[in-house]
Design a protein around this ligand. Structure first.
Ligand SMILES: [Zn+2]
Length: 158
């Protein structure tokens, strides 16, 4: 999925979650907090690739992660999401709770978006089987936008 696709998918996902009242902290959260929170992390899983949008900006981090785990591995796993959620709940982080949950949703939106590509992701890493629901063919920005618009329309109608 493209960088733009991930951004569109994160925004539409957070709008949907807020509108359907799925998570209290998001539902009661400030719109700017939740949208910006999701945007901060929606590209983060691709820190495992030095040529990704975020990987290019943080090469000092992306190169070692890429060499250790490869692309679409640890950073695209349920295990890391669980670690993040546990960490956030144990540690007192001086960030508004709606922003924290939006950041988690932004991260998860990336994982879900990558599942929609033919390459898929190893959701249960270190178990290597890749999960994929190949709706979006490689770099199909139009389809990525269309899916995001459909999600937003659904969220508004809800
Ligand atoms: Zn990715």
């Amino acid at each position: 999925m493209t960088t733009e696709g991930h951004i569109c998918f994160a925004i539409s996902s957070i709008i949907l979650i807020k509108k359907i009242k799925l998570i209290n902290f998001i539902t009661s959260g400030d719109w700017w907090h939740v949208i910006l929170g999701s945007l901060i992390t929606c590209l983060l899983p691709d820190i495992d690739h030095p040529k990704s949008f975020i990987g290019k900006r943080f090469k000092w981090l992306s190169i070692p992660i890429y060499k250790l785990f490869g692309h679409r591995s640890f950073t695209h796993s349920l295990l890391l999401i669980i670690i993040i959620i546990i960490y956030v709940n144990i540690r007192k982080i001086n960030i508004s709770v709606d922003v924290i949950y939006a950041m988690i949703i932004g991260y998860i939106s990336h994982i879900i978006a990558d599942i929609l590509t033919p390459a898929g992701i190893p959701l249960f890493w270190p178990y290597s089987k890749k999960f994929s629901i190949p709706i979006i063919k490689k770099s199909n920005v139009r389809l990525e936008r269309l899916i995001s618009i459909i999600i937003i329309i659904y969220a508004i109608q809800y």
